[in-house]
Design a protein around this ligand. Structure first.
Ligand code: GLV
Length: 328
């Protein structure tokens, strides 16, 4: 007698080749139309399923877990996992996994690119050109901030922060300073060309401040009006971490009043909605949460999420676990 395959749900559209591979192991319900399901919809589609492949947009919290007692693993196709209530998952005996490493360099590339686009006013000047306003050369037209040789500040010095630090120190001769919950070991600091400073020193000294820290209640509004006020008026701020780490309303005011020079934002509070004020200030580069978006990297992320489901549901051991479930 053949054993029935475990049932899983894939919450959003992903590469068809990954769905095919999952079908070799599981009875797969996929979302090929990429519909956005309400939490109730998600819970009802998850009935009887042992696993779910989520993106950073689906909340796996106490309510969903209580409604879906068969769930054994949620595999996030993202390195960030603030959409998971890890404590509730652990308590309910549900494995959580994410996709570290495979997106590090791609995301660091994007963070650096967004910082440069912000410093050199690429979006603002492109809008000017598209509007037909470019009539002649002028000595100070869209004069931006220097990148090479300036001071790069990094808040959150995990794998991606370290990648951005290496790009700045080795590629652009920048002085790199960082602040993190815990200080890196000396060898890693040397490899990144980075010096540990207090958060206040980071805010005061950075010419370009890049945020790469995880979102949690303790990092909510880590950059608000008080922090923006400590930055240089010539400084730029780049956020590729998570919406909610920056107080977007306070940032829009600081940009409008030129208390800092410019910002580059890939993530937003309440995305895909944006604080409408951000759309009215010129000195901000806005991108729709695409820091890891190259096809090879997205493929690697989907593959790793799928491999976590396969490994855990066939051997009991996930490849990149976030917790050690206790409650089952
Ligand atoms: C993207 O934001 C991720 O966490 O992978």
């Amino acid at each position: 007698m053949t054993q029935r395959k475990p049932a899983i749900l894939v919450a959003r559209a992903i590469f068809p080749s990954v769905i095919e591979r999952l079908r070799e192991h599981f009875d797969v319900t996929s979302n090929d139309d990429d519909a956005i399901w309400s939490p109730d919809d998600l819970a009802s589609r998850l009935q009887g399923k042992a696993g779910i492949l989520t993106t950073g947009a689906e909340r796996v919290g106490a309510e969903l877990l209580a409604a879906c007692p068969d769930l054994r693993i949620a595999a996030n196709m993202a390195v960030g996992y603030n959409n998971f209530d890890l404590a509730a998952m652990t308590e309910r005996g549900v494995q959580a996994t994410n996709t570290p490493d495979v997106l590090t360099e791609t995301t660091a590339d994007f963070g650096f690119a967004l910082m440069m686009a912000t410093a050199r006013r690429m979006a603002e000047s492109e809008h000017y050109l598209r509007a037909g306003l470019w009539k002649r050369w002028r000595y100070d037209m869209f004069a931006g901030a220097e990148v090479h040789g300036s001071t790069l500040g990094i808040l959150g010095m995990g794998r991606i922060g370290q990648g951005i630090a290496r790009r700045g120190a080795l590629g652009f001769g920048m002085k790199v300073i960082y602040h993190n919950r815990s200080r890196l070991d000396a060898a890693t600091e040397v490899a990144c060309g980075a010096t540990y400073v207090s958060k206040a020193e980071l805010l005061q000294q950075a010419d370009h401040l890049v945020l790469v820290l995880p979102y949690s209640p303790s990092s909510h509004h880590a950059i608000g009006a008080a922090e923006l006020a400590q930055m240089k008026p010539t400084a730029t701020l780049t956020n590729i971490a998570r919406g909610g780490i920056v107080d977007d309303a306070a940032l829009a005011v600081a940009l409008r009043e030129r208390r800092i020079a410019a910002a580059g934002l890939d993530v937003f509070e309440g995305e895909p909605q944006l604080n409408p004020e951000l759309l009215t200030v010129p000195n901000v580069v806005l991108t729709p949460h695409i820091a890891s978006a190259t096809l090879p990297t997205r493929q690697a992320m989907a593959d790793l999420a799928a491999d976590n489901l396969i490994a855990f549901l066939t051997t009991g051991r996930a490849l990149t676990p976030l917790n050690t479930p206790t409650g089952r």
